[in-house]
Design a protein around this ligand. Structure first.
Ligand code: IPE
Ligand code: IPE
Ligand code: MG
Length: 253
């Protein structure tokens, strides 16, 4: 653990820690395949990274950590893999409860809740309820999530409100759109990390990452360490976020 302290002291500026970090946790399957193991084994190993990175994020003062855990498109994977992922989620919610409670972590979910089997739904509801009073960091799991699903839902919901007379179409601006998104309770990601060497967004937070800093690493998710996470944060801290303005001007949105 001393290396964590060293890394923190040496590389991370405490006052400039991103409030919201989002991660596309990719590469579990390849990690397993490289070792001649079934893909599921990679997902199990990936949970250890979730634990490591959650603790690390909490330690440096990240306020929101959003993890892309299962996309809408992931339902199209072989049945066995989907059901292994669901079982993993249920056991993880149970096993990681001490981690959540000890670190003041509030669990949140963005995604389509009604598509899960009842046992998954029950485990999720219990974990959401148990952690609801925690306030140090929100751990946001994107589950059965895709950005196009979210935007479609938002439009449907806004159209309904407009029809009912509670929303004036002329008053729709970016902040109104935000209110209709699954992410309405948190700010946009400051930093988006994707592991596994893929340079794509895969239907994740398309609206919200308009001005996020992007960090891609070839490292597969199960091999992603807290030192690598800290290095990504340090890299972020060196960037000049201009938000379309010029360097040094008022950068508020
Ligand atoms: C990410 O790892 C986890 C999920 C999408 C659930 P993958 O399972 O996509 O791993 P690769 O990309 O096939 O290596
Ligand atoms: C993105 O990874 C989804 C998650 C990490 C949950 P995928 O492996 O599903 O994305 P593609 O297929 O490489 O775009
Ligand atoms: Mg993948």
């Amino acid at each position: 653990m001393s290396s964590v302290g060293d890394t923190l002291d040496g590389a991370i500026v405490p006052g400039k820690v991103p409030a919201h970090v989002a991660i596309i946790m990719d590469g579990n399957g390849r990690w397993a395949q490289q070792r001649g193991l079934p893909r599921q084994q990679g997902h199990w190993e990936g949970v250890k990274s979730v634990r490591r990175i959650t603790e690390a994020a909490c330690r440096i003062g990240v306020r929101y950590l959003t993890l892309y855990a299962f996309s809408t498109e992931n339902w199209g994977r072989p049945k066995e893999e989907v059901s292994a992922l669901m079982s993993l989620l249920v056991s993880c919610l149970h096993d990681e409860m001490p981690l959540f409670m000890d670190n003041g972590i509030r669990l949140r979910v963005i995604g389509q809740p009604d598509v899960f089997l009842p046992e998954v739904r029950t485990a999720l509801d219990a974990a959401l309820e148990q952690t609801a009073g925690n306030s140090r960091m929100d751990l946001v799991l994107a589950l059965s999530y895709s950005s196009r699903w979210e935007l479609t839902e938002a439009m449907r919901s806004a159209a309904r409100d407009a029809k009912a007379g509670s929303l004036d179409p002329e008053h729709i601006d970016a902040s109104v759109v935000n209110r209709y998104l699954a992410t309405s309770f948190m700010p946009d990601p400051d930093l988006l990390i994707r592991t596994s060497g893929e340079y794509r967004i895969s239907n994740f937070l398309l609206w919200q990452i308009a001005y996020s800093e992007l960090f891609f690493t070839p490292v597969l998710w199960p091999d992603f360490t807290e030192e690598m996470f800290y290095a990504a944060i340090a890299d972020y801290q060196k960037r000049d976020r201009r938000f379309g303005k010029v360097s040094g001007s008022n950068q508020s949105k």
